[in-house]
Design a protein around this ligand. Structure first.
Ligand code: UD1
Length: 416
């Protein structure tokens, strides 16, 4: 199993090009199921998750070529409706195929994803929304089974803001009969980007970027031809690494508005930030200041940056409070950061972080994607050597992370 060996204590300096966003690429890949054709996606990150999703599509009958950052998906041959447990259990986003399969074929057999390292992560809103659209769904042997479904427009309000359920219903509604109105939808850039891709394919969607979407069903769509938006979480993670190591990192190929909440929090912690249209430069302070953070749906501070921000606060002067309101148990990084010398007390879904002068290198274990990222940036700032085990989690969501870090002057190598 691969590990990362990091010798910390050196500020990151230089320029890094940010990859396409995993969380934007996966829904667009799912949307290719809505119409038979040859689809082209550019700026697709080469990650374990994009490869896993490609396998899900191949299982359904699609043919895929992935060269550089360009993925072509031929969905002419899609003729199956089963997303098997073996694939779905490794990547929850596989459930995104459900809406498109029901919309195009009126059938589905998609494994329920199950829980994950930080709690149950339900899909009840996905199912409730599709059922409101007329889908008769049964849970059979752990699979969501739909037969003879004809989706119809509906008015549906989400009682919790959910990225996953918004994406699911948006894809289902574009081919449904009649008009669907979705209220209290997620505003994450990934959702808006998917909507824009669908509109370019001929979907009729109003209200993108607002809490209410009105979708008028159409009979068919054109194939997807899209460029995936930059990864705001990868960008913010590099910004946090600059903050923590007291370096200066220029992020290129980004949309700073997409991670403004993270940039603002880093400014509060003492970073200097210069924003441009498609770049941002982050200079870390000698030592960060303590901050208070509460995760919220977009445009608030993202749950996907909570772990990395705890790492920054671990070396801040003073005590920080970091609350996760999206996933209350998402703190598996806390005991591992403690192995690096961080002083963190968990009070329910709030981490109280007492900043220490210096962290010290240690052996730690990655537990999930963003938790792993927090360990990496903490190790970059720590004195001495750290070894991070189980980095397959990182490979799910950060493209060529060790190469990008090495180009910024980090001493990092992959060992197995
Ligand atoms: C969430 C994050 C997303 C992040 C992803 C992976 C938000 C709003 N979403 O997206 O930015 O990239 O985690 O870290 O910050 N929920 C239900 N029933 C459902 C679906 C969701 O109760 O059917 C609840 C969840 O338990 C959670 C909240 O709604 O408390 C947001 O969930 P959702 O946005 O769907 O989660 P992800 O798509 O995983």
């Amino acid at each position: 199993m691969d590990k990362l060996r990091i010798t910390g204590g050196r500020p990151l300096e230089g320029t890094v090009r940010i990859s396409g966003a995993k969380n934007a690429a996966l829904p667009v890949m799912a949307a290719t199921l809505l119409t038979p054709g040859l689809h082209t996606l550019r700026n697709v990150p080469r990650l374990r998750d994009t490869r896993t999703f490609a396998r899900v599509l191949e299982t359904l009958g699609a043919r895929i070529a992935f060269e550089g950052d360009r993925m072509t998906i031929d969905t002419h041959g899609v003729n199956a409706v089963e997303a098997p447990y073996e694939l779905v259990k490794t990547m929850r986003a596989s459930i995104y195929v459900l809406g498109p399969l029901l919309a195009r074929f009126g059938q589905s057999r998609v494994s329920l994803p199950g829980g994950c390292a930080w709690g149950p992560r339900p899909v009840n809103l996905h199912l409730a929304g599709l059922q409101a659209m007329g889908a008769k769904l049964e849970i059979e042997h752990g699979y969501i089974v739909g037969r003879g479904v004809k989706l119809k427009g509906v008015r549906f309000g989400f009682d919790v803001v959910s990225v996953g359920a918004t994406v699911q219903l948006l894809m289902a509604a574009v081919l449904a009969e009649g008009t669907t109105v979705l209220e209290n939808v997620a505003l994450e850039p990934d959702v808006t980007a998917l909507g824009e891709v669908l509109v370019a394919c001929g979907a009729r969607i109003e209200g993108l970027g607002s809490p209410r979407l009105t979708i008028r069903g159409v009979g068919s769509l054109r194939p997807v031809d899209a460029t995936i938006i930059p990864d705001r979480i990868e960008a913010a993670t590099f910004a946090a690494a600059a903050a923590m190591t007291g370096g200066t990192v220029r992020l290129e190929g980004v949309i700073p508005d997409h991670f403004e909440a993270s940039l603002r929090k880093l400014e509060e912690a003492g970073c200097r930030i210069r924003r441009a249209a498609d770049a941002a430069e982050v200079s870390g302070p000698r030592r960060p200041k303590a901050v208070e953070v509460v995760t919220q749906p977009f445009p608030g501070f993202p749950t996907d940056m909570q772990a990395q921000m705890i790492a920054v606060c671990a070396v801040a002067s003073g005590s920080s409070l970091i609350e996760d309101t999206i996933y209350l148990d998402r703190f598996t990084h806390v005991p591992e950061l403690a192995r690096l010398g961080a002083s963190i007390e968990l009070q329910g879904n709030v981490a109280v972080v007492k900043g220490v002068e210096r962290l010290s290198g240690a052996q730690v274990m990655a537990t999930d994607l963003r938790a792993s990222a927090s360990l990496v940036i903490a190790a970059l700032a720590a004195e001495g050597q750290s070894v991070i085990d189980r980095i397959y989690h990182l490979d799910r969501g950060y493209e060529a992370l060790e190469n990008k870090l090495a180009a910024l002057g980090a001493r990092v190598e992959r060992v197995n």
